[in-house]
Design a protein around this ligand. Structure first.
Ligand code: SIN
Length: 326
């Protein structure tokens, strides 16, 4: 099989994470510092990637637990620039695993890229005796070269996930990501991508919302949306404290709350009462589920608007992006 994409240019952008982490001991896979090694060095450590047609750019160097709007804006600006270059076929982004699914979601929503944007990561630092980063990065490059459709993809441990479904599900295992019931889009076998499904919710040529992209790039902050969880013995104090902050004027205005409900979007009655009070004050409430699988199936009697299948952290971002436009 001939890979006709070999000649097209690829950009690899670094943002930090464990893939760029370093520990004092090669045997230490947990006591490392993330975001230490430059992306140029990560690429140079993989001889098979050497050669023309590949560009490398360091956009940020952060532990992704600290990810936020400033890095997303910088990354989005550089992605817009590179994706508009006709000679660039795709962009690979190295990223920490901890908030990878949030960055993937934001990029998918604001960019709707017509070319592949492939995020990859590692669970072990670059200094590990047996690091997983080089294989993940090689696989991400293979996906970038062999994928024709646009969209944001996540590559980890030989699997290719879609931005809307992917979630980190394990604290330590190398295959830390899962796409729930949707399953992965593809796998990478010895450098070749094998598709399991052609259509992904992220694909399908949805036109980019240019005004939303402009608002996102110009925003000093994302609208404040907090995440609360319903659980046994829950109460309304946390939500009431958030709303009370408004009155003190001490913080950014609270615009929304995503509640991670139990099961099919049920919420403790004490929490519902406080959320209703918040909603009456103009705070938008969206209901998601704390269950790792499934979605809130709409039915009469749902306490609040539902998240259309998005997990709580993604529902939070979806609401913040929506509120940017209001
Ligand atoms: C991070 O998310 O930046 C650190 C953890 C990881 O990449 O696994």
């Amino acid at each position: 099989m001939v890979d006709t994409n070999q000649a097209r240019r690829l950009v690899i952008m670094g943002t930090g994470g464990t893939i760029a982490g370093r520990a004092a001991q090669v045997a230490d896979n947990v006591g490392y510092v993330a975001a230490q090694v430059g992306v140029a060095d990560l690429v140079a450590a993989i001889p098979a990637l050497a050669g023309p047609g590949l560009e490398v750019e360091q956009v940020a160097q952060v532990d992704s637990k600290d990810m936020g709007l400033a890095v997303w804006q910088a990354l989005t600006r550089r992605l817009v620039f590179h994706l508009e270059r006709p000679e660039v076929a795709a962009v690979v982004v190295t990223h920490g695993t901890d908030t990878l699914e949030e960055t993937a979601f934001v990029l998918q929503r604001v960019l709707q890229p017509a070319k592949p944007v492939v995020l990859t990561c590692a669970m072990r630092p670059a200094s590990a005796l047996v690091p997983d980063g080089p294989q993940n990065l090689s696989d991400a490059v293979a996906v970038a070269r062999q994928t024709r459709e646009g969209g944001v993809f996540v590559v980890c441990a030989g699997q290719v996930h879609g931005a809307l479904e992917v979630a980190k599900v394990h604290t330590y295992r190398l295959d830390a990501f899962d796409s729930g019931e949707a399953g992965p889009i593809a796998c990478v076998e010895e450098g070749w991508v094998r598709r399991f499904r052609v259509e992904t919710p992220a694909s399908g040529g949805v036109a980019r919302d240019e005004p939303m992209l402009s608002r996102f790039l110009a925003a000093p902050d994302l609208p404040r949306v907090e995440l609360v969880t319903s659980h046994a013995d829950a109460g309304g104090d946390l939500v009431r404290a958030l709303v009370a902050q408004e009155d003190s004027g001490a913080s950014r205005p609270l615009r929304g709350i995503v509640v991670a409900g139990t099961g099919n979007g049920s919420v403790h009655e004490a929490l519902i009462a406080a959320l209703n009070e918040a909603q009456a004050r103009g705070v938008q409430v969206v209901l998601s589920s704390r269950c790792a699988q499934g979605r809130v199936v709409p039915h009469e009697g749902l306490a609040f608007d539902h998240s259309a299948g998005l997990a709580p952290v993604k529902a939070r971002l979806a609401l913040a992006l929506e509120l940017l436009g209001r």
